[in-house]
Structure formats: structure tokens, C-alpha cells
Design a protein around this ligand. Structure first.
Ligand SMILES: [Zn+2]
Length: 133
């Protein structure tokens, strides 16, 4: 995920970045049907109910698709690096950066945070076991 896909100044995303400052990955959950969604919206995509609540995710996910970036697109991340679409255990998919060893489709990954000087920490993922390796 990048600032371009979920803007820090998007009012719908304020709770997301607030949680990120505490190193918590937050997504919305519908209070009527229980559907989890990301990106944040003022209503439930599944049943149209208003005012979904924010819940903290487990941080467990599976790589849905992954690509390697060879161009320097982000100033503070040196290529090559991987960008992946991961499926959170709670259901929503998140576009994110992979930290550490390259990941494969179907691989289990876990949440890590990339600190930034001028913005809230950015949620990234790393292969399960990578942290203790
Ligand atoms: Zn709903």
C-alpha cells in the first residue's frame, strides 16, 4: 500500500492512519452483516448498512499476487523490491510492500511496519518465520 492508494488526508481513512501510529492494522467491519472491507468507505459494500466500525486485524495474510519492482518509484525504498496483493485473514485484500526475502503466491506472511520520517508508519508484510530467522 502506498500513499497514492490510501491518502493520509482522506477523511474516511483517518482511523486507519490513527491505528497505524499504534502499529495496528485497522479495517472496517459492518455492524449489521459482519463483512470486513478495505479500502474504507462510509457504508458496507455487502449490505449497504451505514457506519461500519473499525477493528484491528490479526496481521496474518496470504500472498494473492506479487510482482518485483526494479525501478526506484519510492524515494526511501531501494529496488528491487516486491509489491504484493495480500489477502488478510479477515478477508479484505491489501496492496502492500514485502520486506525481507521474496515471497511467492500462496505464501503466509505477517504484518511488519515501515517507519517513515514525515508520515505514519506504513504496513508491510514479511514471510512468516522471517522475523525470527
Ligand atoms: Zn454489511
Amino acid at each position: 500500500m502506498t500513499d497514492e492508494t490510501l491518502r493520509i488526508d482522506d477523511p474516511n481513512a483517518f482511523p486507519f492512519w490513527e491505528a497505524a501510529r499504534r502499529h495496528e492494522l485497522a479495517v472496517q467491519r459492518c455492524t449489521q452483516c459482519g463483512h470486513h472491507q478495505f479500502y474504507p468507505r462510509p457504508f458496507c459494500l455487502a449490505c449497504d448498512a451505514d457506519a461500519p466500525e473499525w477493528v484491528t486485524c490479526s496481521g496474518e495474510a496470504t500472498v494473492y499476487s506479487v510482482t518485483t519492482v526494479h525501478l526506484p518509484l519510492i524515494p526511501d525504498v531501494k529496488p528491487p523490491y516486491q509489491v504484493a496483493l495480500v489477502t488478510l485473514r479477515e478477508g479484505p485484500r491489501l496492496l502492500t510492500g514485502i520486506v525481507g526475502q521474496p515471497c511467492r503466491i500462496g505464501e503466509s506472511v505477517t504484518l511488519v511496519w515501515r517507519e517513515r520520517a514525515d508520515a505514519p508508519p506504513l504496513p508491510c508484510f514479511t514471510a512468516v518465520g522471517e522475523q525470527s530467522a
